[in-house]
Design a protein around this ligand. Structure first.
Ligand SMILES: [Zn+2]
Length: 125
């Protein structure tokens, strides 16, 4: 059964979206994605690199290492919540609406982890 590309409701074979609202929401999503995809991937790369290096640095310089991990987690969390751009495989599998929601939930988890680890770093190191 074919599903609406936005909300994943079941639709007939000649349709792509179940309604005009879904079509315009999907267009808005793709516009937003086209605009910010480049800057997002740069910030993403920097944050992931910082976390990777931070874990290594942590064994020598605990304070610097802790912040190199915890601050990028906060940044990534905020980005995923406000600019959720799911991976293409997620969109293909779950359609846009659910994929965006899942990305936001990941963002909230990252933000919470980031806030907890920043707080721990401030008070214990
Ligand atoms: Zn729909």
């Amino acid at each position: 059964m074919k599903k609406c590309e936005y909300c994943a409701k079941e639709i007939s074979y000649h349709q792509m979206y179940c309604c005009d609202d879904c079509q315009s929401s999907a267009n808005d999503f793709y516009d937003m994605r086209d605009r910010i995809t480049k800057i997002m991937s740069i910030i993403n790369g920097v944050c992931v690199m910082s976390i990777g290096i931070g874990i290594f640095v942590f064994s020598f310089y605990r304070e610097i290492g802790a912040y190199m991990v915890s601050i990028p987690l906060v940044i990534l969390g905020i980005l995923y919540i406000f600019f959720p751009i799911p991976a293409d495989v997620m969109i293909q599998k779950n359609k846009i609406l659910k994929a965006v929601k899942t990305t936001r939930i990941i963002g909230i988890i990252l933000l919470v982890l980031g806030i907890i680890s920043t707080t721990v770093a401030i008070f214990t190191i």
